[in-house]
Structures are given as C-alpha cells and as structure tokens.
Write a protein that binds this ligand. Structure first.
Ligand code: CLF
Ligand code: SF4
Length: 503
C-alpha cells in the first residue's frame, strides 16, 4: 500500500489489480499479497524488495572471471555490465578466499543478508568456482541468502545444481526475445565448443534463456529478469520481453540503462551508442509495469560490491585486510540474528504507521482540491534506514520519488559527484555542485537533512526548492508532507503539465 493522498484505493486509481505504483514487488507493503514462503524469500533481499534495500546489504564475490558470450556493452577488462557499473574488479578470488571474505563481511556488517555471484564474467560459465563457493557457504554461513546472476546460456545445464545448493534467487539478463534484435547486441556466443555468430547465436542464447527461466520457475526458484535498455536497439522491444517473461513466471523485471562510455572500450561506447535519459528509462519502466513487477532501485553494482545498494565498502575487505581479521562466525551469527530481528520490528512499526497515515492524509487534501493535483518529482538525500538523513553536500546519489494524487512512489535514483568534500580549492567543487543540480533535472524539490547557502541559492535559481525541514523523518511521509504544502500553496494546479525539464 502507498501513502494515499485522495483516499481512493491505489488499485482503483490505476485499474491494476493491487499494483498501485507500477513498482509492486519492490516494497514490503506491496509484497503483502504474496504467499508467506515467497515473502520469506524476499523480505530481507535488498534487490527483490525496495523497502529492504534501505536496511539490508548485499555483497558480491568475484569468483567467475570467464564468459561464454560477448555483449556489445561489455569489455572484459571491466565488470560485467549486466550486474555492475564499469570498473575493474579489484581482486578475482578463489572459492576459499571468497568464503573467508563473506564471513568477514557478515561479521562486520550484520545487515549483509545476501551473497551474490555476478561476475566479473558469467558465474555459470565458471561452474566449478561458482558452485564450490556456494557449497562452502551453505555449510558455513547458512543464514546468508545465495543469489546468482547469469546471461542464461549455460543455465539449463545448471538448474539441478542451483536447486541442490538452495539458491532461491536467480537473475537472468534477457535483452531480447527476437534474434534480429539479439544480433545487434551479441556478436557471438561460445556454445558446444564452437564460436557461433550473428542471428544464429542470438537464437540459441534466447532459447537457452527462456528454457532456463521455465526450468527455474518449475522448481519454485525466484527469477528476476534484468534487461539493458539500449535506445534504438531494444527499447520498444523490451515491452514484449516484459510480457513474455512475466507470462513464464518471472517474479521481477529490472530494466537498467545502458552504460556506454568510449573510455570503457566497449563496442557501443566506441561506436557512440547513446545511453537512455532518466525520463526514457522511467517511461519504459512505467509502460512495462502494466505487465510486470518492476525493480527501480537497481544500482548496477560492481561484481565485487559490498554494502547497502548505492554504497561500496569493498576497500575495507581486501584480502590483506581480511587476513588480519579474527572472525568468530558463531558469535557473529548471534549478533546478526538480533540485528535482523530489530530491523524487522522497525519495518513492522513503519508499515503500521504508514497505514494509519494513509487514512489521515485524505481529509486534508480533499478539503483543498476537488480535482487530482498534478504529480511532482522530488529528490531525497539519504544514507539509509528509509530516512531523510543526509546533508545535500554529502550525497553521492539522490533517490527520486513521485508524489501524486495516488500517493508516493519510488521512481529511481540519480548519481552525483559528492560536492562537499572538505576541499575549498576550486573549480572542481563548483562543477560538482553544478553537476548535482543538473542531475536533479525534472525534480521540483530536494529533501535533505541540511544544505548550505550556496547550493540553496543555485537550486532555487534552477527551479528546485531545497527543503531541510523534514530531517530524520521517514522518506515517504516527508515527501507527502512537502506535496501537501505545495498543494496548499496552490502550486499544483491539475491542468498544469508535470514539470519534466527545469534545469
Ligand atoms: Fe547481486 Fe544481483 Fe543478487 Fe542483487 S545485485 S546478484 S540480485 S545480490 Fe541488485 Fe546490484 Fe541491481 Fe543486481 S542492485 S545490479 S539487481
Ligand atoms: Fe560481459 Fe556479462 Fe555480457 Fe559476459 S554476459 S559479455 S561478462 S556483460
């Protein structure tokens, strides 16, 4: 359930059974309709539950260097672009090193609930290393959920092994269901000891992905589908992908923007293939949402990422640092269980409070407006916990929410360079500030715990109202409160088009 503004049920507002925001499947309230055994699988998985990603962390171990296909958006020197932003993996680990690292992170960051293998190549093209890591972890750290991400080519051969290790979450990157489209994305695959090219290669890959998806669903394993949005190549086509994978039982669809920079040395980067604008991504996610539960909080993490989504604490857990750690995993498990129980209590309280507030919000707005006010995008600076709790200048990303007549919904995030780095020197600071304001294009307010005079003035000039009055409040309540203030100030005339370009 969302925070409702007008009091009509969100499902009624959108005419979609139970999916009010188009992002159902991504917040715990929206998971309420799921059977208990599915909820148990997703409630503390930061990628499968939007609510969980404010509280729980994931980590990846880079044990899988090889790949069995080539994607035009990938350069082997960089992380797998399916699951990571470009950037070299600092260390490829062997399974023993990986297990040691996982236990060190679990003891240090009790909120880490999920271990994923997502590269830097394809985990299932490295089956011995991948499954040896999973086997040891399921024995030695049974409280950690195991997760894997694959391009799907080897998937049908690995489903039994995945089931054997109790791997409940599998991500398949499916960028197309049509070999014509696929041939523009994949120059070749390596299958049955042969390099196969063009449409024939794409056809095999697509068939293997679809077969793997069906086999996983038949086993009761949750499948998330990732798709890379490549403007002019598969943008329109992804609606069909979404429809088909949903029909086959995928749980969640994650449409991610292509990252294509010439300096990464990828085919698309070098050829000047453009990446989508935030609005294009949002429009496509909204278009797919009618058919599919959409994930909108993906951070395209590195294949060796550690921490909450959007943060990377990998530097704290390099092999030499882990060697120096004294890890008592039995003691860590006790601490982890206590912290997980405390988070669950907090989430339950939050859900109850949200339900109460939804009722309260109605009369205040109904009294001031007979027609639905226009939607507004707002950016939020947060360092986790679902709160407005970060200084504007410390933010490296902003979460973007849409407040509208039907409530508050999460739209996505915008990455920025941290501008307040304690160095007054310069041009660099100014350009980081200008860049952060540009990144908030389309937003009409930014909520943070504090903000300096300089960015305040520049944001106002750009048509973005800074707001520090809701520090430490839960994000959705704060966004709703600001929306109500704007409404009462007469700034949300229903016939005014939503503001999409103000910077
Ligand atoms: Fe890792 Fe992927 Fe598992 Fe998550 S990431 S293997 S499902 S634990 Fe998550 Fe990162 Fe997006 Fe992947 S935010 S890139 S969706
Ligand atoms: Fe790169 Fe991943 Fe594609 Fe393999 S599947 S080429 S590692 S993006």
């Amino acid at each position: 359930m969302e925070l409702s503004v007008l009091g009509q049920s969100d499902a009624e507002q959108h005419g979609a059974g139970g999916c009010s925001s188009g992002s159902c499947g991504s917040s715990d309230d929206q998971l309420a309709h799921l059977p208990e055994h599915i909820r148990a699988k997703v409630h503390n998985h930061p990628c499968y539950s939007e609510e969980a990603h404010h509280y729980f962390a994931r980590m990846h171990v880079a044990v899988a260097p090889a790949c069995n296909i080539q994607c035009h958006y990938c350069n082997r020197k960089y992380d797998c672009a399916n699951e990571s932003r470009p950037g070299v993996v600092s260390e490829v680990l062997d399974p023993l090193q990986a297990v040691k690292k996982v236990k060190a992170v679990a003891a240090t960051i009790p909120q880490m609930t999920v271990l994923g293998i997502a590269g830097p190549g394809d985990p299932l093209a490295n089956p011995e290393r991948t499954f040896e890591t999973f086997r040891m972890l399921s024995e030695q750290a049974p409280d950690i959920k195991l997760c894997v991400s694959t391009n799907g080519l080897a998937l049908p051969d690995c489903v039994d092994e995945l089931a054997k290790h109790n791997i409940d979450h599998v991500t398949i990157t499916i960028n197309c269901v049509d070999p014509e489209v696929g041939a523009k994305i994949y120059p070749w695959i390596y299958w049955n000891n042969q390099r196969i090219r063009g449409k024939k290669a794409a056809k095999i890959l697509i068939e293997r992905q679809q077969k793997g998806l069906e086999m996983l669903v038949a086993r009761g394993i949750l499948v998330k589908v990732n798709s890379v949005l490549i403007p002019g190549v598969n943008d329109e086509h992804l609606k069909e992908v979404s429809r088909i994978v949903k029909a086959k039982g995928a749980f969640l669809h994650n449409v991610m923007p292509l990252i294509a920079e010439a300096e990464h040395g990828t085919f698309y980067g070098v050829m000047g293939q453009r990446s989508p604008e935030p609005e294009e991504l949002q429009d496509l996610q909204d278009a797919c949402a009618g058919d599919m539960n959409m994930m909108r909080h993906c951070r395209q993490c590195r294949a060796d990422a550690v921490g909450l989504l959007g943060e990377d604490r990998g530097d704290e857990f390099t092999l030499d640092k882990i060697e120096a750690m004294d890890i008592d995993y039995a003691a860590a498990m006790v601490k982890r269980a206590a912290i997980h129980a405390a988070i669950k209590e907090e989430l339950d309280d939050k859900a109850a409070k949200k339900a109460r507030l939804a009722g309260l919000a109605v009369p205040r707005l109904e009294a001031t407006q007979s027609k639905a006010p226009r939607p507004v995008l707002m950016a939020v600076a947060t360092s986790g916990g679902g709160l407005v709790n970060q200084h504007y200048g410390h933010a490296t990303e902003f979460l973007v929410y849409e407040a509208s007549a039907s409530g508050v919904r999460f739209i996505g995030h915008r990455k920025v360079d941290q501008y307040c780095v304690g160095n007054d020197s310069c041009g660099e600071k100014e350009s980081a500030l200008a860049g952060s304001i540009r990144a908030l294009k389309g937003c009409e307010a930014v909520l943070c715990s504090k903000i300096g005079y300089e960015p305040w003035g520049l944001l106002e000039e750009a048509g973005i109202q800074p707001n520090g009055e809701h520090a430490m409040e839960p994000i959705e309540e704060a966004v709703l409160a600001v929306y109500q203030e704007m409404l009462q100030a007469g700034r949300l005339a229903p016939d005014e088009a939503p503001l999409r370009a103000n910077a």
